[in-house]
Design a protein around this ligand. Structure first.
Ligand SMILES: Cc1ncc(COP(=O)(O)O)c(C=O)c1O
Length: 367
């Protein structure tokens, strides 16, 4: 199966699988006290500073939820975007842990200082949940990117109000590669306090990290991780994945590849009649409106999600293992489906070229 449903549909990158195999030698201390995890931790410190406190976990949902639980007292709340994964796609996990989310209006998935302002009471009010955290996602759930300046502005404002900033970086590698900046420039230097660093979508098997850039905030996180079932006994296998991902910039190679193929997909699919690319393609996600009649048939060949049932907007994700051939085959299938069902074009209008069997000529399809 070749899929555009999620970067999670891809397998494990061979360099990461190799690292897992290499870590599979001999006995090693458990629960993270092994040399492989120590090496991975020091690679993280090289990226985010010696002061950073690093904890390995296995899912992005657990990483986000446990960080937020750790940062909030029972009366606190977290400001995030309407479209945030923590709001939409974590099965109410933050709420289940007692975290109140306050939703900021967004455009293309990004919150702004102006959207956050009305959610912060001018004076502390005993009747209201007190915002303690602003959580942003980089890159966003809608495939867009915060610029370094936008992140800095949010951090400066949040700090001026006594709030801390969490970044959901499930796809942080795609963001850094797309912006052409280091992880540090996009987080530490902007004032981000805590990061959920995603490895899984970028070629790992199950490797996520809570990175407390502001180290005091990470104090005692090990207890909440253990209580909530995320202290992995054979931690070396998570450490090995990160060791490989952060060596020789594998993270960047993977991210640049998936970003480039998303741009190619948007360009080729966007050139097909009746396909409208709906959002800026800034990382490895492409959003589009295509004729409704083509959706299910196309999904049978290439799974992908309908993102918005109301508008029919669909999402196509690329990954480290998407190929140029995947894009070509997908676009051929898409154009074929659209052309078969579409009425004949008016003279002089852009349309589909068909042969006697009403099947489009494949050579022309991508031109
Ligand atoms: C923005 C974002 N955050 C976090 C996650 C982590 O999810 P999971 O718990 O499936 O690893 C995802 C996965 O789709 C995501 O897209």
């Amino acid at each position: 199966m070749r899929s555009f449903a999620s970067d999670n549909y891809s397998g494990v990158h061979p360099e990461i699988m190799q690292a897992i195999m290499e870590a599979n030698e001999d006995h090693m201390s458990s629960y993270g006290a092994d040399p492989v995890s120590a090496e991975a931790e020091s690679l993280f410190k090289g990226l985010f500073g010696k002061q950073a406190k690093i904890f390995f976990l296995t899912t992005g949902t657990a990483t986000n939820t446990l960080i937020l639980r750790h940062l909030c007292k029972s009366w606190n709340s977290v400001i995030c975007s309407h479209d945030a994964h923590i709001n939409v796609d974590e099965c109410g996990s933050p709420e289940n842990m007692g975290i109140k989310l306050m939703l900021a209006e967004t455009k293309n998935g990004k919150i702004t200082v102006d959207a956050i302002k009305p959610l912060i009471p001018a004076e502390p009010d005993v009747h209201r949940a007190q915002p303690a955290v602003v959580s942003i996602t980089q890159n966003t759930e809608l495939g867009t990117l915060y610029s370094v300046d936008e992140i800095k502005a949010i951090c400066d404002f949040a700090h001026s109000k006594g709030l801390v900033v969490h970044m959901d970086g499930a796809r942080i590698a795609n963001a850094a590669a797309a912006l052409g900046v280091s992880f540090k420039e996009m987080t530490v230097d902007c004032g981000v306090d805590v990061l959920s660093f995603g490895g899984t979508k970028n070629g790992c098997m199950c490797a996520e990290a809570a990175v407390f850039i502001t180290p005091e905030l990470g104090k005692d996180f090990e207890y909440i991780r253990k209580q909530n079932l995320q202290l992995i006994s054979k931690m070396r296998y998570v450490g090995a994945q990160f060791k490989a991902l952060l060596t020789d910039e594998l993270w960047k190679r993977n991210a640049e590849h998936s970003n480039a193929l998303a741009r190619e997909l948007a360009e080729k699919a966007g050139a097909i009649k009746d396909v409208n690319i709906t959002r800026p393609v800034e990382a490895n996600g492409v959003f589009a409106i295509i004729p409704e009649y083509a959706i299910e048939k196309l999904q049978e060949r290439f799974p992908f999600y309908v993102w918005d049932d109301q508008t029919g907007e669909v999402r196509w994700m690329t990954s480290w293992s998407t190929t140029a051939e995947d894009i070509e085959n997908f676009c051929i299938a898409l154009k074929e489906l659209i052309c078969r069902a579409a009425p004949l074009p008016l003279p002089g209008k852009r349309g589909c070229s068909t042969n006697a069997n009403n099947a489009p000529r494949e050579k022309e399809i991508l031109n």
